[in-house]
Ligand binder design. Structure first.
Ligand code: ZN
Length: 111
């Protein structure tokens, strides 16, 4: 247990804590779903996949990258902190998008 970490409090996600475990479960569930969808798309694919299929695959692949990045953040203890402002991302948002990198305000600023 480290004591010198800013995220090591009740609102953070210390890597061994129950909140991190829950987040990891959500992420792995998301991951399984995306991998299954991607597998279906790849198997359904004929010699020339259409634009829609290609776009769908790309979007699934980039989501998978986001999920893996979030799992890495869980390991290094920075999960749940907004990448831009450093404030905790609200738990409700992480329940819906467990791989969210930013709080709602910062995400909206980027659009
Ligand atoms: Zn923010």
């Amino acid at each position: 247990m480290t004591v010198n970490s800013a995220v090591n409090d009740a609102s953070g996600y210390p890597p061994d804590g129950a909140r991190a475990r829950r987040a990891r479960e959500l992420l792995q569930e998301e991951r399984r779903t995306r991998v299954a969808q991607l597998t279906v798309l790849e198997h359904a694919e004929d010699a020339a996949p259409d634009q829609g299929t290609l776009a769908r695959r790309e979007s699934l692949q980039s989501t998978l990258e986001e999920i893996d990045a979030a799992l890495a953040r869980l390991d290094d203890g920075t999960y749940g902190l907004c990448e831009d402002c450093g404030e905790p991302v609200p738990e409700g948002r992480l329940e819906i998008i467990p791989y969210a990198r930013r709080c709602v305000q910062c995400q909206q600023r980027r659009r």
